[in-house]
Design a protein around this ligand. Structure first.
Ligand code: AMP
Ligand code: MG
Length: 391
């Protein structure tokens, strides 16, 4: 059985980056830059006033200037101001030739066309955002791998970009197995339960801005084999739920083999989620998650989520990690690695009650997973533990 960290390493090693596509800025949110981007312009584009006031050429011996121009923001004229003269200017206006300093209007008196300075602290260059001070033309603006956030989109628009190159959002299928499962909204017969994993996993994909196709099947080898074949024809990522354990009605492993999926690992030395399967077929990745809902979600965040993030060009695809003191003693019986649903205030971490792999309620309260690696059996209050922050 493979360890948690080896399983995670193997996923990255066997995951191909999604193809590079060029998209409109407006549809790139949540993706990652696939190339380094160089600035096509200096930013700012020209010497720009940072305030409403008056521009002139700074001269220590002068305390009064003659106002000869008025330059609103967006004025495209090329204006030159002579020594001893000033221009009325506004935030965002181009500072005219011959001027190197702007005084805020609050620190001036103006009488007719004569400007009198009151600001003693004024220096040469005050209140001027000089051309290219943020970014010279041709300078590296953003590195490959940068996450596309609202700030990234704003910054790229500042540079004049309308499209960018990203790694495509992968297409995905969720295949839910289980003859006992009924979609919420329908009525349950004795022995049936509501099917919750597809809604949960779909929401997990949605956090990555991916909208998977969901298919439900009964516990039947033929149906499972067919559904896997169709999913592999259509999607880059296939996530199955349930049917991967060793029961008489668990057909997922066999159906994956029948479809020529190469097993990279099957079974991880962990709780919850021991029967986790990961495989590939060409550039496609396949996960079979255990059916127990908390185990399925745990495996989604620890394995599927990083795989997809890596595929999309995220260079830190795993959940962010902190090392924090645990607020109570943890006794675990087995040598397996454990994930505990937990709460952190980013100073300490506390495992929650309800750690069973079928219990989802505590996952709702959790903001992190507390990870205890294989072989470590007693953790005392105050010991540092690995905390994986949930998105
Ligand atoms: P399995 O991994 O198929 O053996 O399922 C393990 C447990 O999880 C069983 O109690 C199932 O009824 C339950 N389970 C499996 N799939 C789902 C699902 N999609 N929604 C809710 N519970 C599920
Ligand atoms: Mg099942």
């Amino acid at each position: 059985m493979i360890t948690v960290k080896d399983a995670q390493k193997n996923i990255i090693k066997n995951t191909a980056l999604a193809k590079i596509i060029e998209v409109d800025l407006s549809s790139a949110l949540g993706s990652h830059l696939a190339v380094d981007l160089y600035s096509p312009h200096p930013i700012p584009f020209f010497n720009q006033s940072a305030v409403d006031g008056y521009a002139f050429n700074f001269n220590q011996s002068l305390s009064s200037y003659t106002v000869v121009e008025k330059i609103p923001a967006g004025d495209t004229r090329r204006i030159t101001i002579k020594e001893g003269e000033a221009a009325r200017i506004f935030t965002g206006s181009k500072v005219p030739d011959g001027c190197d300093t702007v005084i805020m209007q609050e620190f001036t008196d103006v009488n007719e066309k004569q400007l009198y300075l009151k600001d003693n602290g004024l220096k040469k260059g005050s209140n001027v955002r000089t051309k290219g001070y943020q970014l010279e033309k041709g300078a590296l603006a953003l590195k490959k791998g940068t996450r596309i956030t609202p700030a990234t989109i704003g910054f790229l628009a500042t540079l004049g970009f309308t499209t960018i190159k990203i790694h495509a959002f992968p297409s995905a299928h969720i295949l839910v197995t289980g003859s006992e499962l009924v979609k919420p909204g329908k009525s349950l017969k004795e022995g049936q339960i509501f099917e919750s994993n597809s809604a949960m996993l779909e929401a997990g994909f949605n956090q990555l801005k991916i909208h998977p196709t969901v298919v439900s099947i009964k516990d039947n080898l033929e149906a499972t084999t067919m559904a896997i074949r169709e999913a592999l024809e259509q999607s880059d990522v296939l996530v199955l739920s349930g049917g991967i354990s060793v029961g008489d009605y668990d057909f997922v492993y066999e159906a994956l083999m029948k479809n020529g999926v190469e097993a990279i690992f099957y079974k991880v030395n962990q709780k919850p989620g021991k029967p986790l399967f990961f495989g590939t077929k060409e550039h496609k990745v396949v996960f079979a998650l255990p059916g127990n809902p908390a185990a399925a979600l745990n495996c989604f965040y620890e394995y599927v989520y990083p795989c997809i993030r890596y595929k999309m060009g995220n260079e830190s695809p795993f959940l962010p990690v902190m090392h924090l003191p645990v607020s109570e003693t943890i006794l675990k019986k087995e040598g397996r690695a454990h994930f505990y649903k937990a709460i952190t205030d980013f100073k300490t971490v506390t495992p929650l009650g309800g750690q069973n792999s079928d219990a989802l309620q505590s996952f709702v309260w959790a903001n992190c997973l507390l990870f205890i690696k294989e072989g470590l059996n007693e953790i005392n209050t105050g010991d540092l533990v690995e905390v994986h922050l949930l998105p």
